[in-house]
Design a protein around this ligand. Structure first.
Ligand code: ATP
Ligand code: MG
Length: 465
């Protein structure tokens, strides 16, 4: 980042832009806090951002042509591979019922007033590195680790309700406290989140989940009334008692599991968030007093799909999360993982296996202390061993439909499909080596000769709590 700033500094040296470009936002804030720099830079321009960017392109620092948004007074440029966002210093006037602000060029102070938090409005001059605090409050708040809005909180949040989600994210990303009144302002305006697009909420939620404390952030989102606006389905877990292996209700169990999800991986964390979301709708109490949640993994996968679709997550991500949720009980039934069990897992989950294992580990870590847990290290070893022998792509029928038809004279149809399924079963059970076409032919002829009913057994997928 310093390298990029140095190049920008040199590019404007002696030009009319010297002293008029200011680094703002995360780069300044995180730099002062001694945190690792984020992936991009934000620069506020005293003057027209588009013109400044055209100048920089002519000076030769840019990797390529800029992306200009003249209507918004913003422009994007890549310098040394780093995306740099430029914005015209501006003020924003919001009509009460519109999300689209009127944007006008303005002073650095007015620009700072339209930002979300005082610590995000600190500036560092690209030309001489000087720090500026136009609000006169940002530096003090940074030192005291306080998240405060430049205007009164109600106004800042009303103007752009997404800022309420940003407040929760920054609180836990940075380890800050809310300024007095900020939590109350969120509580009173949480329902304004309704006017925010699904995509903006999604992007903010993703960043929040990748925080070091996603569980604390989620607890805040619940307490402050934000979760009720964008994922109310998750709130159904609150207070759902589960008994037996659990000491926590479904919500608290989920938060603890999230807390224990060590790798900051989006699919794993989303899967943990949703893994038990099907429990509230499937809870039953047996005659013997046991609490059961029959089929909750399937219901949970449906709920996850509904929520993630609504928030416009990429289809691949939604499907992956739903698959992880649907399979999260896969290791709960058997005390050990057999070779064929491992092959079935690899066939079903393929590239999701690492996410699956992390999810299962997080889930198990949030059970009642002292509950006997699956030996996950042994499971990981077994899966690695089997995966090394046979990649998922080879866990298939060694014969294609055409090959089966040629061998048996069967017409195309369900019968051929059933034979393929039987062959896959033989491979998964280890009775037939992957890709063993010769053995597969012998098996098919033997089976047809014996005229046993073709009835592929399905996997023993356990489905209770
Ligand atoms: P990070 O990059 O770690 O998410 P950041 O502070 O750089 O943190 P960005 O989303 O990159 O956050 O935005 C850059 C700056 O733009 C912010 O610091 C803030 O000053 C301003 N900003 C971004 N989004 C908003 C918003 N919704 N309302 C007001 N100001 C915002
Ligand atoms: Mg940033």
């Amino acid at each position: 980042m310093d390298r990029i700033l140095e190049r920008l500094r040199e590019a404007v040296l002696g030009s009319p832009w010297q002293g008029r470009l200011w680094l703002v936002g995360g780069a300044v804030r995180d730099g002062l806090l001694g945190l690792k720099a984020g992936p991009d830079l934000d620069i506020v321009v005293e003057g027209d951002a588009g013109e400044a960017v055209q100048f920089l392109v002519h000076s030769g620092v840019a990797d390529g042509p800029p992306v200009l948004f003249p209507r918004f007074g913003t422009a994007m440029l890549r310098v040394g591979g780093v995306p740099v966002d430029f914005v015209t210093a501006r003020k924003e006037a919001y009509e009460p019922d519109s999300r689209k602000p009127q944007v006008e060029p303005a002073s650095l102070l007015e620009d700072a007033l339209r930002r979300d938090f005082t610590v995000n409005a600190l500036l560092r001059s690209v030309s001489d590195g000087d720090l500026a605090d136009p609000l006169g409050q940002g530096l003090a708040d940074l030192k005291a680790r306080i998240l405060r809005t430049p205007l009164d909180a109600e106004t800042t949040f009303r103007d752009d309700p997404l800022r309420m989600l940003r407040a929760v994210r920054f609180r836990w990303q940075l380890g800050f406290e809310f300024a007095p009144g900020l939590a109350e302002a969120i509580q009173s305006q949480a329902n304004r989140l309704r006017v925010i697009s699904a995509e903006r909420i999604r992007d903010e939620w993703v960043k929040t989940l990748l925080n070091p404390a996603p569980d604390r952030a989620m607890a805040d989102q619940k307490e402050l009334g934000l979760l009720a606006e964008f994922a109310p389905e998750l709130l159904d877990m609150v207070g759902v008692e589960q008994g037996s292996d659990h000491h926590l209700d479904v919500w608290d169990h989920t938060l603890l599991a999230l807390h224990n999800t060590t790798s900051p991986d989006l699919l794993t964390r989303l899967a943990v968030v949703f893994h038990d979301v099907g429990k509230p709708a499937t809870r039953t109490v047996e005659a013997d007093g046991r609490t059961r949640f029959f089929g909750h993994e399937r219901v949970g996968a449906e709920i996850a799909t509904r929520v993630l679709d609504r928030l416009r997550f990429a289809n691949d991500d939604t499907e992956a999360v739903a698959k992880l949720v649907r399979n999260h009980m896969r290791l709960s039934s058997a005390p050990t993982l057999t070779d064929s069990g491992a092959r079935r897992l690899i066939r079903d989950l393929d590239s999701l296996v690492p996410h699956f294992l992390d999810m299962v580990e997080a889930d198990a870590s949030a059970l009642r202390p002292g509950v006997r847990r699956l030996d996950l290290a042994a499971v990981r070893r077994k899966l690695a061993e089997i995966a090394a022998q046979t990649p998922a792509s080879r866990l298939a029928s060694p014969l294609s439909g055409d090959e089966i038809m040629a061998l048996t004279d069967l017409p195309p149809g369900a019968e051929v499909g059933r034979i393929k399924a039987l062959l896959l079963e033989e491979v998964l059970e280890g009775r037939l080596a992957p890709g063993d076409a010769e053995g597969a032919r012998a098996f098919v002829l033997r089976t047809l000769a014996a005229a046993t009913p073709l009835d592929p057994q399905t996997s023993g997928n356990q489905e209770d709590s």
